[in-house]
Structures are given as C-alpha cells and as structure tokens.
Design a protein around this ligand. Structure first.
Ligand SMILES: NC(=O)C1=CN([C@@H]2O[C@H](COP(=O)(O)OP(=O)(O)OC[C@H]3O[C@@H](n4cnc5c(N)ncnc54)[C@H](OP(=O)(O)O)[C@@H]3O)[C@@H](O)[C@H]2O)C=CC1
Ligand SMILES: Nc1nc2c(c(=O)[nH]1)N=C([C@H](O)[C@@H](O)CO)CN2
Length: 235
C-alpha cells in the first residue's frame, strides 16, 4: 500500500481537485482544512483523512505536525497548497500582511518539511514535496507585493530542500498563473485576465491535477518549476 499524500488546504479548488484525483487512483490522502466545508465531509466519505489546521500561528503549525505524526509513520508526498491571496490595497497594517503571507507560504512549508522529512521514507522509489508557488515568484506583483515575495521565498525553499533531501526526495514548484477564477470575479476582470496570456484561456483545476501527477511520476525532475501560465511570460 502506498503511503498517504499530505495536501494542505485541500478543502477547495485546486487542493480539492488534487485530493479527489489521488483518491480515484486509490492513493491514500491526508488533507488539512481551515474552514469546515461540505467538501471535507465528502473527502472523508471517500476515504481521506482530514486534519483541521490553521497555519497562521506556530501553535497551529505544531499541532498539524503532531496530528500527521499521530496518523502515519510514512508519507509518499507533501503538497503545500494552502494559501491566501492578499493584496496591499485596503490594508492598514502592512506589517501584519507581510507576516501573514510569509507565515502561510514560506514558514509553514519550511517547518513542515523539516519536521516530517523522515516520514518521506518509502522503502522503494522516490518521494516528493511539491510547492504550489505562482507565476509571480519570478516577476513580482505590484498589487500583491507581500504575496509575491512569499511565493518567491517558497520557490527558494524548493531549491534548498531539493539539495538537502536528494536522492530520496524530489522537490519541485508548480507555478500557476491564471488557472482558476474565483466566484466573485467580474466578467470585466475575467476578460482582462484572459488577455494576459498567449493562450488566453483559464484551464481550471485539471491543469494543476495533471502537473502534480506528472511530478509524482517523474524519475528525473527535482529543483525545478513546472510553469502553468499559458505563455504569459511572453506577452
Ligand atoms: N487559482 C489560481 O488561479 C492560482 C493558484 N495559485 C496557487 O495554487 C494554490 C491553490 O490555489 P487555489 O485553489 O486558488 O487556493 P485557494 O485560494 O482556494 O486556497 C486554498 C486553501 O488554502 C487555505 N488556507 C489559506 N490560509 C490558510 C491558513 N493560514 N491555514 C490553513 N489553510 C489556509 C484556505 O482555507 P479556507 O477555505 O479556510 O479559506 C483554502 O481552502 C495556492 O497556493 C495558490 O496560491 C497560484 C496562481 C494562480
Ligand atoms: N491562494 C490563491 N492564490 C492565488 C489565486 C487564488 O485564487 N488563491 N489566484 C490567483 C490568480 O489567478 C492570478 O494568478 C491571476 O493572475 C493568484 N494566486
């Protein structure tokens, strides 16, 4: 039996799609969730193990690490997906905003990887860490400055952990651009966003599912970034 794959922020959107796909492959799944949602109940009914976790504090990260250790002694992979997409406009506390972005996108994966690295120990084959970063890891973002900096930090963790944990563990970034709209996105926003890439499409969560499966099944990719951006870097 394959050891479980841990997906943080697995209760919605890309994380949920990845979790459902792995369960369909009969791969055991552990998700973390911050807010209670029907999807959590559905995932449990499909065989997933769900851990409530809020990574906003050290206490929350420590509790999650302990709950994973209580549940399993081995992991096939860790997918760091949990994220908030905060922007500077409307904020009156940039210090808190910056800390929040770094906490969830960089410090949490850093802490979890160091604490759980020994669990990525399957007797045969590779194990994986996948960091869900963002196209802006390389480019920055004038509207999401702290967010982009934290995703760049997360990608730098990919570089460090791929060197530290080789040859057993592959560590890679998946860097989406516009992969999935949010429910509240206006038609005007959607039309403008689609124009930012060469392909002018918004593929949905399946693109992230395909990327994660490609990396899990690769035998020669580590320290890399899988860009899911429709050619946005060439516009
Ligand atoms: N969607 C897209 O087009 C793009 C996505 N990405 C990246 O891909 C990943 C998945 O994106 P998407 O599915 O849209 O993500 P979402 O914005 O839907 O967030 C995923 C989950 O992260 C959880 N989360 C946020 N903060 C915390 C926290 N402090 N502790 C625990 N859980 C937390 C949220 O919990 P809750 O339900 O409680 O809010 C949410 O369920 C993210 O890392 C994102 O940055 C990058 C570029 C584009
Ligand atoms: N946690 C999230 N991060 C990001 C989201 C999101 O919905 N949740 N969305 C985006 C956008 O799609 C952006 O890539 C469009 O240019 C970025 N990050």
């Amino acid at each position: 039996m394959t050891a479980p794959i841990l997906i943080t922020g697995g209760a919605q959107r890309l994380g949920l799609a990845i979790a459902k796909d792995l369960l369909r492959q009969n791969i055991p799944v552990i998700i973390t969730y911050r807010s209670e949602k029907p999807s959590v109940t559905e995932l449990i009914a499909s065989g997933a193990h769900a851990i409530h976790a809020d990574f906003a504090t050290k206490k929350g990260v420590d509790a999650c690490i302990n709950k994973v250790r209580e549940h399993t002694q081995s992991l096939r992979a860790i997918v760091h997906n949990a994220s908030d997409w905060d922007q500077e406009s409307g904020s009156d506390d940039y210090d808190a905003l910056f800390n929040k972005m770094m906490q969830v996108h960089a410090k949490t994966p850093y802490r979890i990887n160091l604490a759980l690295q020994e669990l990525l120990n399957q007797p045969s084959g590779f194990t994986d860490i996948i960091h869900m970063t963002d196209f802006v890891q390389d480019k920055g973002s004038k509207k999401h400055i702290a967010y982009a900096a934290s995703k760049a930090a997360l990608h730098n963790l990919t570089l460090s952990f791929s060197a530290l944990l080789a040859p057993k563990v592959k560590v890679n970034s998946v860097a989406p651009a516009l992969v999935m709209f949010n429910e509240g996105d206006s038609e005007e926003y959607r039309a403008k966003a689609l124009q930012k890439s060469l392909l002018q499409t918004c593929p949905g969560s399946s693109e992230a599912v395909k990327a994660v499966n490609y990396l899990l099944n690769s035998e020669y990719i580590t320290g890399q970034t899988l860009h899911l951006n429709g050619g946005r870097h060439l516009k």
